[in-house]
Design a protein around this ligand. Structure first.
Ligand SMILES: [Zn+2]
Ligand SMILES: [Zn+2]
Length: 118
């Protein structure tokens, strides 16, 4: 059966929000700033065919989501306000893009510096 870590249970993307959330099958709450989602749009138009995923800094107008629709049970298609909508974000890809405190690189170090001093 499919890995619960890459099974999308729910998506929350309130209109006008700058961040969407995805609940995963293992209970993890994924956090996805739209800037990250758009900048890592996996479509061929954004990524080319080099095989390496690159981040393309989006403009403000490009970070608003118009619609999110599930594709099969393995991906989400994100439709952006500016008309862009060819990116298919597989659950595996989305899970790797998670920006929550636990997943974000360097988060552990940041946490330590936030601890109150004794
Ligand atoms: Zn794209
Ligand atoms: Zn996470």
């Amino acid at each position: 059966m499919s890995d619960p870590r890459v099974r999308c249970v729910a998506v929350r993307s309130p209109r006008g929000a700058k961040t969407s959330e995805i609940d995963w099958g293992d209970g993890h709450k994924g956090v996805y700033p739209h800037e990250i989602l758009r900048g890592y749009c996996p479509c061929a138009g954004c990524q080319g065919h080099s095989g390496t995923i690159r981040f393309l800094p989006p403009s403000d107008a490009q970070t608003e989501i118009e619609d999110i629709e599930p594709v099969g049970n393995y991906a989400l298609r994100l439709q952006w306000f500016d008309g862009h909508g060819s990116g298919l974000y597989s659950y595996k890809y989305l899970r790797a893009l998670c920006q929550c405190d636990q997943c974000k690189p360097g988060a552990a170090a940041d946490d330590r510096s936030e601890l109150p001093r004794a």
